[in-house]
Ligand binder design. Structure first.
Ligand code: NDP
Ligand code: MG
Length: 375
């Protein structure tokens, strides 16, 4: 029985993780949860799972009860992360808010399972050094990386030529993006049901660009050896090509419970509990990406290659403008140009000669957001 601390329990990945825990009651127990704003959902989770700890980001009206202790603020994650009550930490927080707990989770020596790609995008070098220092691994939940991780870790590295991440193409694969494109159209993802932020990123293909950077750090692969292919059925998630030209493909339903369970059980493979796919039901298609329609993908490669704090700035401008779009302040058709232009303004400050620290990451992140606010 492994004990799980689930950060971001109230979100989409959090909800799928709870379904996995329900289906494997002999393997996992939920001992801690965290939430930001969704108190109703948190209350339901606490009533059902009776975790020992709950962390909230701000003051609240919950009272400690006989089984659950409530804590407030980012710093209090540590009390749980380092406690003997926890074996596995699953980070399902969205955005850069996942970075600090990721760093602390690595230090704890527990198994770190993470869906939070933004911590690798915003601070990949730091996270990587930290993993090396603490002799740790991140077990990725992101479906593409999870598929590749499962193939990659079973093949000797010098036999691997490249990796391919697949992308559904989002709602605008065959539809034009216009000045009138609405929030509803952007959030109508054809194959995945996810949180709003990542759904907007899927529609611009920024999500895939972030995943390229995430893969660069997770698998220590040069950008030239990471490709992206459109695969509208979202059944093949990741592909590993070996030096002989063989393509090993990882396929499962477009259901995050599959990669979550694989990451929790790794290297074991769990018994099947969720509906799988029938490969004869749909033809599997693969296409090249239309770079003109989705300029943010190539821009991510560019910022990734520049390295340093360039992806940190990109992550911050993206989080800021996607939030503005979701609040109805800017048009979807203007998102890529706003993100690219603003990121480029900071390019000269993104490669400090002395290297950079976690503090630099948080400093530039907040500078960029202040700058965007003024715009
Ligand atoms: P959601 O928006 O659905 O959930 C986000 C979670 O993080 C919620 O529990 C939310 O709490 C919490 N949260 C938000 N802001 C903060 C903050 N400032 N401090 C602490 N907690 C916070 O996101 P998803 O579940 O869709 O995504 C989570 C992560 O997983 C992201 O990094 C995303 O890129 C990645 N991912 C998601 C996939 C998916 O299918 N959804 C697929 C692959 C990767 P509350 O709800 O209480 O406000
Ligand atoms: Mg993904």
């Amino acid at each position: 029985m492994k004990k799980i601390f689930l950060l971001g329990a109230t979100g989409s990945i959090g909800t799928s993780t709870l379904e996995v825990i329900r289906k494997y009651p002999k393997d996992f127990e939920l001992v801690g949860v965290s939430a930001n704003s969704n108190m109703k959902k948190l209350e339901m989770i606490i009533k059902e799972f009776k975790p020992k700890y709950a962390v909230l980001t701000r003051e609240h009206s919950f009272k400690d009860c006989d089984y659950c202790k409530f804590l407030v603020g980012e710093k209090s994650y540590e009390e749980i992360l380092f406690s003997e009550d926890v074996d596995i930490i699953l980070i399902a927080i969205s955005g850069i808010a996942g970075l600090y707990p990721t760093i602390k989770a690595i230090e704890s020596g527990k198994r770190v399972v993470s869906a939070n790609k933004e911590s690798l995008v915003a601070a990949g070098d730091i996270v990587l050094k930290h993993l090396e220092k603490y002799n740790q691994t991140i077990f990725p939940v992101d479906s593409e990386h999870n598929a590749i991780f499962n193939i990659f870790s079973r093949i000797e590295k010098n036999f691997i030529k490249k990796i391919i991440l697949t992308a559904s193409g989002g709602p605008f694969l065959k539809k034009e993006i216009t000045e009138r494109t609405s929030i509803e159209e952007v959030l109508a993802h054809p194959t995945w049901n996810m949180g709003n932020y990542i759904t907007v990123n899927s529609a611009t293909m920024m999500n895939k660009g972030f995943e390229v950077i995430e893969a660069h750090y997770l698998f220590k692969m040069e950008y030239e050896r990471i490709d992206v292919l459109i695969h509208p059925q979202s059944l093949v998630h990741g592909i590993v090509e070996t030096i002989d030209g063989t393509h090993f493909m990882g396929a499962s339903p477009n259901d995050m419970k599959f990669p979550i369970a694989l990451a929790l059980f790794y290297p074991a493979i769990p018994e099947q509990k969720f509906k799988s796919i029938n490969l004869y039901e749909k033809p599997l298609e693969f296409f090249k990406v239309d770079q003109r329609k989705f300029p943010l993908l190539e821009f991510c490669y560019e910022m990734g290659r520049i390295g340093g704090l360039a992806p940190t700035v990109l992550n911050a401008t993206n989080e800021y403008f996607v939030d503005s779009f979701l609040k109805g302040k800017i048009k979807f058709s203007n998102l890529p140009s706003k993100i690219i232009k603003t990121t480029e303004k900071f390019i000269n400050t993104t490669k400090p000669e002395r290297g950079y620290s976690l503090e630099d990451v948080f400093t530039i992140d907040s500078e960029v957001r202040k700058f965007c606010e003024k715009l």
